[in-house]
Design a protein around this ligand. Structure first.
Ligand SMILES: [Zn+2]
Length: 104
């Protein structure tokens, strides 16, 4: 048995990769930790990894969300304008009605 220098777990020698440079002939981190370290290293060094894809997605999502917000503002403005226009229309109708009343 050998303990991993990263996770500290006691594991069988077969759970460690070989490394000719160390005294024991094995890496000090277990296979799981070595894979994890390799994954972290890839993320740090390669720009086209999963993390940057997620960032890209989040950035696009934020853009879409801001566009939706702008659209919502436009819809609300249109709704307001429509209500105002209707109000003006009914005011005009009232004016016409009272004008026709005056004519009678
Ligand atoms: Zn480990």
């Amino acid at each position: 048995m050998k303990s991993c220098s990263r996770c500290g777990k006691q594991k069988k020698e077969s759970a460690f990769y070989k490394n000719a440079r160390t005294k024991s002939g094995l890496r000090s981190e277990c296979m799981e930790c070595t894979k994890e370290l390799a994954r972290l290293y890839r993320i740090k060094t390669r720009p086209d990894t999963r993390d940057s894809i997620e960032n890209e997605f989040l950035r696009e999502f934020a853009e879409i969300a801001s566009l939706c917000e702008k659209l919502l503002v436009l819809v609300k403005k249109a709704e307001r304008d429509f209500k105002t226009a209707k109000l003006h229309q009914s005011e005009k109708e009232l004016e016409l009605q009272s004008a026709s009343v005056n004519l009678q």
